[in-house]
Design a protein around this ligand. Structure first.
Ligand SMILES: Cc1cc2nc3c(=O)[nH]c(=O)nc-3n(C[C@H](O)[C@H](O)[C@H](O)COP(=O)(O)OP(=O)(O)OC[C@H]3O[C@@H](n4cnc5c(N)ncnc54)[C@H](O)[C@@H]3O)c2cc1C
Length: 285
């Protein structure tokens, strides 16, 4: 099938984009970034936007910048930009590791980091990363700029706090301390598929004990989130099998696992338990 007819707008600046978006948002207008999620659903006529605000010509949105504390990722930064570390230290290495799990090479060349965050698929790797690291989303509209914390941003399956007339202009990731340990694991049946469950963990060590633990889970609930019970099971403990299993069990008990045609809630809960344990083991290596 082919998409239903639409009008394509091609702004050259962010100001122009938000102006057009403000005009067309109420008339079924949408942002077009990499098109790797939007175009397939338009082709199947599951979405019929009357207007597309194509942001691909806005050079200022292609920027990745770090100031030592924060890494800012503009709306046109493609998944493939992370094939090599974009910043020194553990965050750059983590982004490179995670990017390899997103779809396939041609999709990573076009699809954008911010597009994934706007689309908010429950199994999106970047959404899991944003939720676990407490990213800040920068939304722009004709009303000005709004900063949205990750904990307030994800609201449901493909539902976020972003308003119809807001452009997700940038996502800001806090740059972690150089001694932060990370682990990321996901499970899917074929390479490149969306994850059936995924876990991202991080922690630091102080006198041999875990501090600043973060445990995030994706693909298991309508949106990714940090699991406080698992973080509580890690903080103050020495890293090792007993601690990691306790945190994995705490995560499995805390989640309300989704069910679909191929995965029961119980199986998904078991996958989450395994992903968290393996991610913690990976972080400890
Ligand atoms: C076969 C296949 C496999 C895939 N596997 C994975 C996977 O394993 N993991 C994964 O995370 N993704 C996967 N994807 C999706 C891919 O990562 C997309 O690139 C991504 O979800 C959306 O990014 P995009 O730039 O292509 O956005 P688009 O498709 O252009 O847009 C997606 C939605 O977000 C909105 N949007 C986009 N950018 C903005 C913005 N800056 N501000 C406001 N709204 C915006 C659009 O209006 C639209 O509603 C897969 C896609 C395909 C086709």
């Amino acid at each position: 099938m082919k998409p239903a007819p639409f009008t394509r707008h091609v702004p050259r600046t962010v100001a122009e984009a938000v102006k057009i978006l403000g005009d067309v948002a109420g008339k079924d207008g949408r942002v077009l970034a990499g098109g790797q999620s939007l175009v397939p659903i338009m082709a199947f006529r599951l979405a019929r936007p009357a207007h597309l605000v194509d942001i691909n010509e806005i050079a200022e949105l292609g920027r990745i910048a770090g100031d030592g504390k924060t890494l800012s990722i503009g709306a046109l930064v493609r998944h493939a930009a992370f094939h090599k570390p974009v910043v020194a230290g553990p965050l750059g290495a983590l982004l490179t590791q995670v990017a390899r799990h997103i779809a396939h090479y041609p999709i990573r060349i076009r699809g954008t980091f911010c597009g994934s965050i706007a689309h908010a698929d429950p199994a999106s790797e970047w959404c899991l990363l944003a939720a676990t690291l407490d990213a800040t989303m920068v939304a722009k509209s004709t009303r000005g700029e709004r900063l949205i914390a990750a904990k307030d941003y994800f609201e449901g399956i493909m539902t976020t706090a972003l308003k119809e007339d807001e452009l997700l202009a940038e996502v800001r990731l806090p740059i972690p301390a150089a001694d932060t340990k990370f682990g990321f694991q996901e499970f899917n049946r074929r390479a490149g598929d969306f994850a059936m469950a995924a876990a991202l963990v991080s922690y630091r060590l102080q006198s041999g004990k875990i501090v600043e633990a973060r445990v995030g889970v994706g693909g298991a609930e309508p949106f990714p989130r940090r699991i406080a019970q698992a973080e509580g099971a890690l903080n103050g403990q020495a890293p090792g099998d007993t601690t990691f299993r306790a945190a994995a069990d705490a995560t499995a008990s805390a989640i309300d696992a989704m069910e679909d045609h191929q995965t029961s809630a119980e199986y998904r809960r078991d996958l989450v338990r395994a992903m968290v344990r393996r991610a913690l083991e990976q972080a400890a290596q």
